[in-house]
Write a protein that binds this ligand. Sequence first.
Ligand code: PLP
Length: 399
Amino acid sequence: MNRVYLDYNATTPVEPEVLDSMLPYFSGEFGNAASIHTPGQRARAAVESAREQVAALIGARAQEIVFTSGGTESDNHAVFGVVGQAFLPVPSSNADSLLHIITTAIEHEAVMNACQALEKSGVRVTFLATNREGQIDLDELQRAVRPETVLITVMHANNELGTVQPLDEIGRIAKERDIYFHTDAVQSAGKVPIDVNRLGVDLLSLSAHKFYGPKGIGALYIRSGTRLRQLLYGGHHQRGFRPGTENVAGIVGLGKAAEIARESLAADARRVSTLRDKLEQGLLARVPHARVNGGTVSRAPNTTNLVFPGIEGEALLIALDLKGLACSTGAACSSGAVEPSHVLTAIGMPPEEARASLRFSLGRHTTEQEIDFALQVVPSAVEQLRELSPTYPKVAEAR
Ligand code: PLP
């Protein structure tokens, strides 16, 4: 069967050039980057050159990049690291309850659940609401800041909607109020230009498998001078800050993927957004009552999220999979859960509409023919499901 993959926000294929760059480090160049002999030093050199490639993608300096096991670890390290460091100088036993962090209601679980875990241990957390487009209100952010606020963590591009937050303005507020600013850039790195200095972020998470690198490797950018408690204790790898034998092949792959992304970012964005817009406009024209979720603000170029009232997203996803089209009802990490997407409900969608929504995320390898295929199969699958739907006649009547 002809298979079309429109789920690049879940993960991307490793680019052949990336794979080629990694292969030697599994066998011939198998040295431990912490060893002082020649094989070790060759691995070390590869790791350091990857650090430069990653830094170049986001306008950072190489020494500000720490390799991690991916976006989840980077996010946890940033959130727990800032709060953990802020605990230290305060001797009082209930000092923890004074700390405050600000985040949003539409973060990925890696940030959201980390914040919720801190909340359980006494840290105060403000979850900023967003408007219907998935953007926070900067005045509300200003009002949420307290003297005891130690961290603002706001994602860059949302994984379900693609909506991009105004990071430069958030960064300005954080700087004025002397608060650390972390962003989860897992869905934006490699898709939209990032300059950590222009955005004013102190900490930034990224993950290789979202931009044609391997799974299980990522990075945390830590601005020089940022006080951050380490998560793991062990050997002296990465200056003792993130111990554990370095995943040399993964790091090399991440570096290569970052280099390719930097070179092709502008051209990829132009091509992919044209295809995304064609898909979006085509579906709006062909499927009665379909609407775009979060479509009127700045978005990652590859993402569109649509609601098809009167159907169950999971049923549509399965129907499309049977026809050979892969997409998603929300974050890949939460698929299988019966709860509607927390992102879609947070932007104010009623649960039944959130459940009737689907995300299509395109990538570097998406072709016009694949979009034509989607435009052919999605409308007919929606129509078939609506014929069986007890709720669709009411939906249609109401509009
Ligand atoms: N943050 C966002 C916005 C994501 O989309 C994801 C993955 O879906 C993550 C964090 C987690 O990244 P990883 O899969 O590398 O742990």
